[in-house]
Design a protein around this ligand. Structure first.
Ligand SMILES: [Zn+2]
Length: 184
């Protein structure tokens, strides 16, 4: 994703946002962090993973994993199992609530002081494949390299040329991937 400053800001906002539901007198109105999540989500949370941290593909208790599209999660898990002897896959972002995605965009606009530049890196909530659970960010770099080379065997493709870590199901397994878009 974007620079370190953005992520520090995101963490601060995440902490502040986490305080608000309990202190709000109108707490029953549902102004919680994950208020934007569709109903029926089994795991609470907005899907945020702090900067510099990553989670396991097997962390079903984390909303970033639990709320992913099951087909995407299955494909990435299969790839990770096949790559296991050489690289370990870690997840730096998965499903995100609409509210969390908007927060990321707001912080990027603050960081770049340009909505146009921010939108090269962060989609608005209604366009982000992370919000629908159809995108996953993988690290470290050697795992990304492995997936860029072998991901199409599982239907997994790098979606954007400027994000080597961001993968979506964009092809039929065994078929070539479409050319990555130049940016978000
Ligand atoms: Zn991504």
């Amino acid at each position: 994703m974007a620079g370190k400053g953005l992520w520090i800001a995101v963490v601060v906002v995440a902490v502040l946002a986490g305080c608000s539901p309990g202190s709000s007198p109108g707490g029953a109105t549902g102004a919680g962090v994950d208020a934007g999540a569709p109903s029926g989500r089994a795991v609470a949370g907005d899907g945020s993973i702090p900067e510099g941290q990553s989670i396991s593909l097997d962390d079903d208790q984390h909303a970033a994993i639990a709320n992913l599209d099951p087909a995407l999660l299955a494909a990435v898990r299969k790839a990770a199992a096949d790559a296991k002897s050489r690289v370990e896959f870690r997840v730096t972002s998965g499903w995100r609530s609409k509210e969390y995605q908007q927060r990321l965009l707001d912080q990027a606009i603050d960081l770049y002081r340009s909505e146009e530049e921010a939108l090269r890196w962060v989609h608005p909530p209604d366009k982000s494949a992370h919000v629908t659970g159809k995108a996953i960010d993988i690290g470290p770099t050697n795992a990304d390299d492995w997936l860029i080379q072998h991901g199409s065997d599982y239907g997994l493709c790098q979606a954007y040329a400027n994000e080597m870590w961001h993968f979506e199901l964009l092809t039929t397994p065994g078929e070539p991937c479409p050319q990555p878009k130049s940016n978000a």
